[in-house]
Write a protein that binds this ligand. Structure first.
Ligand SMILES: [Zn+2]
Length: 299
């Protein structure tokens, strides 16, 4: 019998939905969908929206498992939210898992959204079949994770693999995580646009392609810090593939070219010529697909 798994990806703007079927390590994506989060409605309103789209996805038949990707930190034991830095309202302590279980009749397995992205790309996407793969998503923030020997590496405390929160500049700018000089604090979209004096990342990349000095310098600075972060990951874990996703990755070779050069320059002990740096496969539904996988395999 084929089993179906529902994935819900709670984002600041949209809730994305994916249904996958299969088990073990053999899964395929069946459907995807997306609705608005209405984040301003606060925790109860957002939970209602999650329940509504989840219920709709379950109309054709029951789900064996439900996975819920969330944009922040939570307590896996209690299913309560610890910190959603980018969603308005009183989320701290909110019993999101229990509320959703009441509405859906299945207890959702929670996963951080960057880890969900890593699962989707590592198991079914651009990192499929790799022994060791590092995934990084570049956008408003910098998320990521590691798959080692086909499994999501979360460390002894369930929180390891935050590629974006390595220190790359001692005493650098404050990061959302509380540390200073993290990869994320140096390369996130608002830092890039402010360094370049432009309103959005697309305009910075356009400026750099047109030869604007300030845009070129901003992109180059971003590539340097990202390169340091990825070089550290390569030296520590020796992935054969690095998967890059998120809005900033759409700039393609303009960003990835200098990043690859930086990794090659800084890594001396791992054969970097064998490492592939590739774009993500799933696009905007990676988080929902990864949440469904998280529910199915409970990494
Ligand atoms: Zn940080």
């Amino acid at each position: 019998m084929t089993t179906s798994h529902l994935g819900l990806d709670l984002g600041g703007t949209n809730i994305k939905v994916a249904v996958i079927s299969g088990d073990g390590s053999d899964f395929e994506v069946v459907t995807t969908d997306s609705v608005e989060t209405d984040a301003a409605d606060g925790p109860d309103g957002v939970t209602e929206n999650l329940a509504r789209v989840g219920g709709k996805a379950m109309e054709p038949g029951p789900m064996t498992t439900v996975g819920l990707g969330v944009p922040g930190h939570f307590d896996q034991a209690t299913g309560r939210i610890l910190l959603f830095p980018n969603l308005p309202g009183e989320w701290h302590g909110y019993p999101l898992r229990d509320r959703l279980e009441s509405a859906l009749g299945v207890s959702p397995w929670m996963v951080n959204d960057a880890r969900a992205f890593t699962l989707a790309e590592g198991i079914l996407g651009a990192g499929r079949g790799c022994h060791t793969v590092a995934c990084i998503t570049l956008g408003t923030g910098v998320g990521g994770g590691l798959m080692i020997d086909g499994r999501l590496h979360l460390g002894a405390f369930g929180v390891a693999g935050e590629i974006g929160h390595q220190t790359v500049l001692p005493d650098g700018p404050l990061c959302g995580c509380g540390n200073r000089g993290c990869v994320e604090a140096m390369v996130r979209a608002d830092v890039l646009t402010s360094n370049a004096g432009r309103h959005d990342a697309a305009s910075v990349f356009e400026g750099a392609r047109d030869g604007d000095d300030r845009c070129i310098a901003a992109v180059s600075l971003m590539a340097d810090f990202l390169g340091i972060g990825l070089a550290n990951v390569v030296t520590m874990f020796g992935p054969e593939r690095i998967v890059v996703g998120g809005g900033i990755a759409d700039a393609g070779d303009l960003v990835l070219g200098p990043v690859i050069e930086a990794v090659k320059r800084r890594v001396t002990l791992v054969p970097t010529e064998k490492i592939e740096i590739v774009p993500a496969h799933f696009g905007r539904f990676a988080g929902a697909i990864g949440a469904a996988l998280a529910g199915a395999i409970r990494p």
